[in-house]
Design a protein around this ligand. Structure first.
Ligand code: HEC
Length: 171
């Protein structure tokens, strides 16, 4: 996009007219100035795409697939309840921000399970945190409240996260 000296739009040039990004749910510019776009395909697979300016020809931006989002740990299926919690998370927005083993927008679930494994009140405090949102425990990015979930569903999701402590994050 080109602006004139009053800040008005003078020209808009399409970038990557052939690139299809599904329904982007999250956009972020990384430290190197690359644009990261998260989107979901129809079958619910999350895809993260990184766009970087190769600087070869003006305006040429080469899309590169960086990584698909992590799927749930297979061993979660061993527990029917834990798997049910995952289904709730999948239908909610949780996996837009949380991955399982890798830091993303939010702390990875395995790390949360590790942090609270010796805390008997964690299930309750984390349930409230999911419902009401909060910030400052892991960093300065807030988690938004989830008033759309019942306390029971939030608790089921939190139990799934805490259950990860019994699993091996490398499998
Ligand atoms: C918009 C991004 C986003 C979404 C969506 C999101 N979270 Fe979070 N979540 C975060 C961030 C950021 C933190 C760290 C907050 C902090 O530092 O206090 C966090 C922290 C947590 C924690 C740990 C809280 C603590 O105090 O240690 C749990 C558990 C959690 N999220 C579960 C969930 C569940 C379950 C969902 C879906 C219902 C969800 N999150 C959706 C961003 C998100």
């Amino acid at each position: 996009m080109k602006l004139d000296n009053k800040g008005g739009i003078e020209e808009i040039r399409p970038v990557l007219p052939t690139l299809r990004l599904g329904k982007p749910t999250n956009l972020k510019v990384g430290p190197k100035g690359r644009l990261h776009v998260l989107y979901y395909t129809k079958d619910d697979k999350g895809t993260l795409v990184r766009l970087e300016n190769k600087g070869v020809t003006e305006g040429a931006i080469a899309p590169g697939l960086v990584m698909g989002l992590e799927g749930p740990p297979k061993q979660l299926k061993k527990s029917r309840e834990a798997w049910a919690g995952y289904q709730l998370m999948r239908k909610s927005d949780c996996l837009n921000c949380h991955q399982w083993t890798r830091a993303f927008v939010a702390p990875p679930y395995f790390q949360i399970a590790e942090r609270y494994k010796a805390d008997p009140t964690a299930a309750e405090t984390l349930t409230q945190k999911v419902l009401k949102g909060g910030v400052g425990v892991w960093g300065q990015i807030p988690m938004l409240p989830h008033p759309q979930h019942s306390a029971k569903d939030a608790r089921t999701m939190v139990n799934t996260i805490l259950y990860l402590d019994e699993l091996d994050s490398r499998k």
